[in-house]
Design a protein around this ligand. Structure first.
Ligand code: GDP
Length: 401
């Protein structure tokens, strides 16, 4: 169940929460496959939107809603706290930072930069359309280039039943074809030594309807002792309420995220050697990066830049991979070769920055104080001075797309 937390609790979770309880991920999809509807649903479950508004209103990118809430397509980072129903009552919640990526193909560079600051991705595919060009591009960017581990959500399954009038066996044939198409690409692109193919039997694939707010994985069907055919019966009876109540979409999606997407430390160990250059991985900085050590030397990247619609100030969203960033810190922008001051720091929570004195490695952050292009790497100004030739300062590889 998604829970609303107060700012103090969020701050505590960001600063001191165990890595095993954190996930930073993006949702990627071909246009119109339902990413906005899915994101809305998660926002609604987090108590951030009125239930009647979710679905009808598309919070992540519709113009009206953007104006009302001050969201732009480049801004959205959603912070969710989630109590895993499978855990005992006293278990600490999970904290998710959902790193939105622009939906349109012309923003490929922006998608890559957002993915670079994530560790995993929900690949979302429309059950009717299947794998499309942009699905393929997104898998290439997320799995191939940015080493974000995937899970798969096959959306709009309601339309297979209501419009195409498919029998359950035919629905599963179609699902298999999509899973196979996605897995062919994953196999080609996954990092060496990793097995990232997705399997419905292992609950790495969810099926559902974002529009109606239901979805399931194999594990969820088993937990509720529901046969797949029963889902179709319920849908054919028009009992959407039952589906939404017993097979709530966020459970399916967030359980996949918990079980199959990596936490920030696990991901950093295999991802960072592929995307940062100029590092001796046995050095203190190398070790700190692989452990997301908050006490290590500072190294981070700027993932997105946008103008805050309320204050009209430029806001930067980024990720810290080693060390801790503090309010008031002086940082060195590695490509621009300039020092800058962090005037205001925090984490982005949909439309607002939740101010924090410091944000440690393994988190996304939001800051005010200066502007620079997205994709920029930074270290502390003090550390930069220890390099005779600033061309040798470690930095992220340039984005390929
Ligand atoms: P995006 O471009 O990926 O963000 O797609 P949207 O979320 O804007 O959805 C595109 C269209 O598909 C909208 O008209 C949605 O209402 C519709 N849609 C999204 N999810 C579903 C679903 O699960 N079932 C059905 N029938 N329609 C959906």
């Amino acid at each position: 169940m998604v829970k609303v937390r107060n700012p103090k609790e969020i701050e505590e979770m960001v600063q001191n929460g165990a890595f095993a309880k954190k996930r930073i991920f993006s949702i990627v999809a071909h246009i119109d496959h339902g990413k906005t509807t899915t994101s809305d649903f998660l926002l609604k479950r987090a108590g951030l939107m009125r239930p009647e508004d979710a679905g009808a209103m598309q919070a992540m990118d519709s113009d009206e809603e953007e104006q009302a809430r001050g969201i732009t397509i480049f801004t959205s980072v959603v912070l969710l706290a989630f109590n895993d129903d499978r855990a005992k009552d006293d278990e600490e919640p999970y904290i998710f930072q959902i790193n939105d990526t622009p939906g349109h193909l012309s923003f490929t560079g922006e998608v890559s930069r957002a993915l670079r600051s994530s560790d995993g991705a929900i690949l979302l595919v429309d059950a009717l359309e299947g794998v499309m060009t942009q699905t393929e591009t997104n898998i290439r960017l997320s799995v191939g280039n940015e080493k974000c581990k995937p899970v798969l959500f096959i959306n709009k399954v309601d339309r297979l039943i209501s419009e195409l009038r498919l029998e359950p066996a035919e629905v599963y044939q179609r699902v298999d074809a999509i899973v196979n198409g996605v897995n062919d690409l994953i196999r080609e692109l996954q990092p060496e030594g990793q097995d990232w193919v997705v399997d419905f039997a292992k609950s790495q694939v969810a099926l559902g309807s974002a529009k109606h707010g239901w979805g399931f994985t194999m594990e969820i069907l088993k937990d509720h002792n529901i046969k797949p055919t029963y889902v179709f019966e319920k849908y054919n009876e028009g009992d959407i309420e039952w589906l939404r109540k017993h097979l709530t979409l966020d459970d399916a999606l967030l359980r996949m995220v918990i079980d199959h997407l990596p936490d920030p430390v696990t991901a950093s160990r295999y991802r960072l050697p592929e995307i940062i250059s100029g590092i001796d991985w046995d050095s203190d900085l190398g070790k700190s990066l692989k452990e997301s050590d908050p006490k290590g030397e500072l190294l981070g990247m700027i993932a997105k830049v946008f103008i805050d619609p309320k204050s009209f100030r430029p806001t930067l969203i980024g990720r810290i991979f080693s060390g801790t960033l503090h309010q008031g810190d002086k940082i060195y922008l590695v490509n621009r070769r300039e020092n800058r001051k962090v005037k205001r720091l925090g984490v982005m929570e949909i439309t607002d920055i939740l101010d924090m004195e410091e944000v440690p490695a393994g988190n996304l952050f939001a800051l005010f104080g200066f502007i620079c292009p997205s994709g920029e790497s930074f270290v502390s100004s003090e550390y930069a001075q220890t390099f005779e030739d600033h061309g040798d300062i470690p930095r992220f590889e340039s984005i390929k797309y």
